[in-house]
Ligand binder design. Structure first.
Ligand SMILES: Cc1cc2nc3c(=O)[nH]c(=O)nc-3n(C[C@H](O)[C@H](O)[C@H](O)COP(=O)(O)O)c2cc1C
Length: 315
């Protein structure tokens, strides 16, 4: 009664992710995740006040080694080119800034040789000042209106949704924060029969699921991590990106309803089969999306008052 076997499945997924991160040879995602994390650490070190003369020495070798593994394929891949540019720009800035003592100098030699081919990329993907951020064209009240307007919608028009709109919402959502900027997730957009099949799997869609025009399954990737302590990050990052996605949909005239993903073995197996998920890939949540039926009811869903949830702790 006190022990639920779903913990074992969770642990198996965490260890499969860790194994894939360390030994994965069939794809280069683990190297990408390593470089993304370390580039993020270097950017943070570059903006530190005061900045140290020597920094990053304990992970620069690992970073350059991982970059070497992916560089040739990714620099030629239009989908990865900007990511590679970010890596190269930050590393260039790092090597220009740091005192290149010991292993830093040897990593620099490897880096220089590696990136000579893309020296024509301009060098903009580096830390910038807050004063260079875009100005906000709206204020709190407008944002509050958007938040109030987003409500879980379960009744949709029978109307096709352009993939361009979904893609736009994903692009906006990708601006969300994620731990060490790893972005360890994938948006699986389910249309047609796949959508209908998937809508039968979670338990929270009974009564309206079959009429949902499109479902998005947000899939978390545990191969982004090499330590158990990060096993919850896919859920945090996944929640943040999902919220941004649903808000973006709202600005495009679409509505959504988040759907709970229950941790139940037989349901997970069904979803794994339908989406072809690996052991280290876990559904985080589903989102029903579509054009809202203007006559469809929406639960009132009173929100908690400020005083019930806000506690200041001051010394
Ligand atoms: C993680 C999560 C899981 C949810 N699961 C379901 C679900 O399985 N079925 C459903 O109809 N609604 C689901 N919802 C929608 C909630 O019921 C809804 O967000 C809540 O009642 C507040 O209403 P609002 O979204 O309109 O503000 C879920 C929401 C979240 C955030």
């Amino acid at each position: 009664m006190l022990f639920d076997p779903s913990f074992i499945r969770e642990a198996a997924a965490v260890y499969a992710g860790k194994r894939q991160h360390v030994y994965g040879v069939t794809h280069n995602d683990s190297y990408r995740y390593t470089v993304r994390r370390n580039i993020h650490r270097l950017e943070k070190a570059l903006i530190m006040r005061p900045r140290r003369k020597v920094f990053g020495s304990d992970y620069i070798g690992e970073t350059i080694n991982a970059l070497k593994k992916i560089y040739i394929t990714d620099v030629a891949n239009p989908q990865r080119k900007m990511e590679i540019k970010w890596f190269v720009d930050v590393l260039t800035s790092y090597f220009e800034t740091v005192d290149r003592v010991g292993s830093i100098e040897s990593s620099y030699s490897v880096f220089k040789e590696l990136v000579s081919e893309v020296s024509n990329l301009n060098r903009g993907s580096v830390p910038f000042s807050r004063s260079d951020s875009p100005a906000l064209p709206f204020g709190y009240d407008d944002l509050f209106t958007l938040f109030r307007r987003r409500r879980s919608v379960r009744w949709f028009q029978d109307r096709e949704i352009s993939r361009d709109l979904i893609d736009k919402a994903v692009v906006a959502a990708l601006q969300s924060p994620s731990a060490c900027n790893r972005q360890p997730f994938e948006f699986r957009v389910l249309e047609g029969d796949v959508c209908r099949e998937a809508s039968k799997i979670p338990m929270g869609m009974s009564g309206y699921g079959e009429k949902v025009p499109v479902l998005v399954a947000l899939v978390g990737k545990l191969d982004a991590y090499f330590e158990e302590r990060d096993r919850h990050v896919i859920y945090v990052d996944g929640g943040l990106v999902s919220m941004s996605f649903m808000l973006a949909l709202e600005t495009l005239g679409l509505a959504s309803c988040p759907i709970n993903w229950p941790d139940i073995e037989r349901l997970e197996k069904k979803m794994d089969n339908l989406l072809g998920l690996s052991l280290w890939e876990r559904p985080i949540m589903l989102m029903a999306i579509g054009y809202p039926d203007p006559d469809g009811g929406i639960p009132f869903s009173e929100k908690s008052p400020l005083e019930a949830v806000r506690v200041y702790e001051a010394g």
